[in-house]
Design a protein around this ligand. Structure first.
Ligand code: CO
Length: 196
């Protein structure tokens, strides 16, 4: 993939960011466009990828780590194997990376429909079927501020639409029926209270 080599080094180094969970206010806010493409942006993306691979998830949007900017990272290709380290701890071996960074994305075309069971790092324990467009065309900027266009289908398309929702303050619960949404929201809030 385009700019793949560029960002592949971000997989192995970085800081684990705290992932905010529902009902954190930042998850319901519309994020602002990125205007400065600098070292700070690079560092943020690097840490977001690092965090995504270890959480593990196939996508992570900036608002999920408390940053109100229009960007997300995705990898729907990588594989994860459980392993036991020499000191007896559980760890994961990751391979086949295809990290992608989408800055100021805009979905231009959407066609067809697909129902996929989605989860979200901000909604622990929730896995629900959501209907989305089957194929999309998305315009975005890469880390160097260059405009790009990508066509995506199936899981990649679903993932881009899910992450793009986060930039508009929408979580997958908002894509469900009101009955289901209310039920799951209550469950999440209860879950959070128990943890504290
Ligand atoms: Co999500």
């Amino acid at each position: 993939m385009d700019n793949h080599d560029h960002i592949s080094k971000y997989i192995f180094e970085g800081n684990l960011l705290k992932i905010l969970t529902f009902p954190h206010a930042v998850l319901a806010k519309v994020a602002e466009p990125v205007t400065v493409f600098d070292e700070n942006l690079r560092l943020l993306c690097k840490n977001m990828l690092y965090t995504m691979y270890r959480s593990p998830g196939v996508g992570l949007a900036a608002p999920q780590v408390g940053i109100g900017l229009r960007l997300f990272v995705i990898d729907v290709e990588y594989e994860r194997k459980k392993k036991i380290t020499s000191d007896g701890k559980e760890d994961y071996e990751l391979s086949n990376f295809d990290p992608q960074i989408f800055i100021n994305p805009k979905i231009k075309k959407s066609e067809g429909s697909i129902v996929y069971q989605e989860g979200c790092l901000s909604l622990p324990g929730i896995y629900e079927e959501v209907q989305r467009s089957h194929n999309i065309e998305v315009e975005y900027f890469n880390l160097d501020g260059e405009p790009k266009t990508m066509r995506a289908e199936d899981l990649l398309s679903v993932c881009i639409q899910h992450e793009n929702d986060h930039l508009d303050g929408i979580v997958l619960l908002d894509r469900l029926s009101q009955l289901k949404r209310n039920l799951l929201k209550k469950r999440l809030i209860k879950q959070k209270k128990v943890k504290k």
